[in-house]
Design a protein around this ligand. Structure first.
Ligand code: NAD
Ligand code: MG
Length: 312
């Protein structure tokens, strides 16, 4: 496995203990101080410094999603890639959506999924396009032979110092990717989801603690929480559960692609009670829990995974 493994892993990630090992959460991962760096949007895990842990060597499956079929948007990198890897280790086949510029990351995730003996269907395309949101679902169903888990995870985050400096194009795209695509993909998926299926949306700590430089993005995340609660009620009688995961500061390509002001990167995540940024794979168990039947009575909930920051 080590021979084929990717440029996305570094030596430290190869030596991680798995998520079921008894350990101190403060020191499970080191405090990182990422150097100031810039990548054009959407950014690649492959170019992230330091490398993030997506779980390639550290997520151990226990058969919790055997035979399931999942569509994950933004499944090429960051949190979405960690979810794809964890779902495959738990026995699921996955379809992942991403932008065409992200082929290297997507192919790396496909390799890891296939090494688990599972299928990975790659479906590149732009979620700002309504017709693509609909064909994405059809293609995922065709590629997987059905669908019973939808993870709306793709997101756009660009910091802007003031509302006057927030370009209208950015405002529209951020809402299109984070909110409209979630509505459209969920709507298209409903034709295919049977009782027992689950929908999981990725929101954020900023839904409750909106930083002044993320006015557009933070408000989309509040909308995602709200959508999760209304759709949770609407779909519960049909046996489909809707929940959300709210990450805190997680080291992913979203951050050095202007998700944060560059000068903020060296102290990224250090102000959490745990004192460090989270790694993408630390989010994966929350998605696995919400996707699997063990959370049968959990509906409309937002599971916070944020290193200890208080939430409402
Ligand atoms: P990431 O960059 O790895 O993932 C975001 C993905 O969104 C990209 O890989 C890309 O494929 C997808 N995307 C963006 N625009 C798109 C478009 N127009 N069409 C199709 N796909 C598009 O970063 P991540 O941090 O893993 O982000 C995943 C989710 O987690 C996002 O919803 C983000 O808002 C959320 N989140 C991240 C953090 C964090 O600190 N990293 C914190 C809270 C919430
Ligand atoms: Mg990506």
């Amino acid at each position: 496995m080590a021979d084929q493994s990717s440029a996305n892993a570094d030596d430290a990630n190869r030596e991680r203990t798995d998520q079921l090992t008894f350990q101190d959460p403060a020191t499970r991962y080191p405090v990182i101080s990422p150097p100031e760096q810039d990548q054009p949007e959407p950014g690649l895990d492959e170019k992230l410094q330091p490398k993030a842990d997506r779980g390639e060597f550290s997520y151990r499956g226990t058969g919790r999603l055997e035979g399931r079929k999942a569509l994950i948007t933004g499944g090429d990198s960051g949190i979405g890639s960690a979810v794809a890897i964890a779902f495959a280790r738990e026995g699921a086949d996955v379809a992942i959506n991403y932008l065409p510029q992200e082929e290297p990351d997507a192919h790396d995730v496909k390799r890891i999924v296939e090494e688990c003996g599972r299928t990975a269907v790659l479906l590149p395309g732009d979620l700002t396009d309504k017709a693509f949101c609909e064909s994405l679902v059809t293609d995922a169903v065709a590629g997987l032979g059905g669908l019973d888990i939808l993870v709306n995870n793709a997101g756009k985050q660009i910091a802007a110092k003031s509302l006057e400096e927030l370009p209208d194009e950015q405002l529209v795209e951020t809402y299109a990717v984070n909110v409209l695509a979630m509505f459209r993909i969920t709507k298209a998926a409903l034709r295919h989801l049977q009782p027992g299926s689950t929908i999981i949306n990725t929101t954020s700590i900023v839904a409750y603690m909106p930083p002044e430089v993320l006015v557009d993005y933070a408000s989309t995340k509040a909308a995602i929480n709200n959508f999760t609660k209304s759709m949770g009620q609407q779909l519960a009688p049909k046996g489909i559960r809707v929940n959300a995961v709210a990450p805190g500061p997680i080291w992913t390509p979203l951050q050095p692609t202007d998700g944060q002001p560059k000068e903020e990167l060296p102290k990224f995540g250090q102000s959490t009670p745990l004192g460090r940024a989270g790694q993408p794979t630390e989010l994966a168990p929350a998605y696995v829990f919400l996707a699997s039947p063990e959370s049968s009575y959990v509906i409309g909930e937002t599971l916070n995974v944020n290193g200890g920051m208080p939430t409402p």
